[in-house]
Design a protein around this ligand. Structure first.
Ligand SMILES: O=C[C@H](O)[C@H](O)COP(=O)(O)O
Ligand SMILES: C=C(OP(=O)(O)O)C(=O)O
Ligand SMILES: [Mn+2]
Length: 401
């Protein structure tokens, strides 16, 4: 008889950042319905993205990944989706022209409805309630009713994601009728395991398991432990996957992730999204990139210059400064240039709307409360995204051109 239950190979791995659903029977009915639903994306599309990401990993392409921090049911409309797509495509075109490389466009869209939080509860005027964890879990409004996790919201997320993809596919087909055929893939953080697990399906062509919830899924900085449930879930699907990497990550942790997620060392399977902070990227990133390269792991490296650079505005809103965001991207390019590795992409929290959530490039600190619509982190608006695209294009233009 073993008393070492903690290290038992059958023990369920730890799942961090999961909601405390109040009713197990309701949860079960919802997950059954999700399991019986159609997949939102096809395995063959995920394979196509894996090939595109393989080109990124080899240095033959660049990826632009972007969208809301948290999609919301309230803000979902034909206009918001189409303006987000327009902004991403216009930015991608500019980057592509400057870099002489194809740019793969991967939106944070059609599934970005669950959020990890620093604190499990929020207190206002002496009242403490569960933190908002994304529209897939609870409501943003600060009332006990809204903040109580409700599994039915996962069905709403599934419906909203399916409807979003329907519009995306129609817009692409319409655009393709007049211009060059566009490709757009969708991605989100695979955080909410009660949503992700039922939507993972066996592909009849290959017998492999794929997530049917999005083309590319990533594990966040808070849930990336190689032995925990989120990485275990990603290890079981054949989609291209990514992991966010913050400044406290160690080379050993990244090697463990490579072993777990890309044991076959296949370019296109695994992407690391570095979100170091502008003040850390130049000292924290080189060791990680070098160690991974020395181990022969063909990962793609992408910069997320948003999540390490969040500060408080005088109004109390979370904000980010455009110049700091640009500084982190610049540092990311410097590090890769010095090591002779490929700066493979840019991951942004952005929107096609002219919100005033991030400061700089036309938005003053005092403007922040004027049009702050994000349910979680501050996004670059359309103009700021285009401006950043122009500046990164300059930065990325090959020397001598
Ligand atoms: O992307 C989201 C945020 O960075 C994450 O949810 C943490 O935010 P918080 O510190 O406000 O909880
Ligand atoms: C929570 C997020 O990022 P990270 O895991 O890098 O903090 C996010 O991308 O919204
Ligand atoms: Mn965010």
């Amino acid at each position: 008889m073993s008393t070492l239950l903690v290290s038992s190979p059958t023990a369920a791995p730890k799942a961090l950042q999961q909601p405390a659903w109040p009713d197990a029977a309701v949860l079960e009915r919802v997950t059954e319905r999700l399991g019986a639903g159609l997949p939102l994306v096809l395995a063959a599309e995920c394979d196509t993205l894996r090939r595109r990401m393989a080109a990124v990993a080899r240095g033959d392409a660049f990826v632009l990944q972007g969208g809301d921090c948290a999609e919301t049911f309230r803000d979902l409309s034909l206009d918001t989706v189409s303006r987000k797509m327009d902004t991403l495509f216009a930015t991608a075109d500019e980057l592509s022209e400057a870099m002489f490389l194809p740019v793969v466009v991967v939106a944070r869209l059609a599934g970005q409805y669950a959020k990890p939080r620093s604190q499990p509860v929020e207190t206002k005027d002496g009242v403490t309630l569960p933190s908002y964890r994304g529209d897939a879990v609870n409501g943003l409004e600060f009332t006990a009713e809204a903040r109580t996790p409700d599994p039915h919201r996962m069905l709403q997320m599934y419906a909203a994601s399916g409807a979003t993809l329907n519009v995306v596919r129609s817009l692409l087909a319409e655009d393709g009728g007049q211009a060059a055929c566009r490709e757009l893939f969708v991605s989100h953080e695979a955080l909410l395991l009660d949503y992700e697990r039922p939507l993972a399906r066996t592909d009849a062509r290959t017998g492999e398991t794929y997530s049917g919830s999005g083309h590319l899924l990533w594990a966040g900085e808070r849930t990336r432990n190689a032995d925990d449930a989120h990485i275990e879930f990603l290890s079981r699907i054949s989609n291209p996957v990514a992991v966010k990497v913050g400044p406290r990550a160690t080379p050993q942790e990244l090697l463990a992730l490579v072993d777990r997620l890309d044991p076959g060392r296949e370019p296109g399977r695994l992407t690391f999204i570095a979100r170091m902070g502008a003040d850390r990227v130049r000292d924290a990133l080189p060791d990680l990139v070098e160690t991974v390269a020395a181990a022969g792991a063909p990962v793609a490296w992408v910069t997320d210059p948003m999540h390490g650079n969040t500060v408080s505005a005088p109004s109390g809103h979370k904000t980010r400064h455009f110049d700091t965001v640009l500084d982190e991207v610049t540092g990311f390019f410097e590090v890769h240039r010095a090591l002779g590795t490929h700066p493979g992409g840019l991951h942004l929290e952005m929107t096609g709307e002219e919100v005033t959530e991030c400061v700089g490039a036309g938005v003053g600190l005092g403007d922040v409360p004027r049009r702050y619509e994000s349910a979680c982190d501050p996004r670059l608006n359309r103009s700021q995204t285009r401006e950043l695209g122009r500046l990164v294009a300059e930065l990325a233009t090959p020397v001598g051109v």
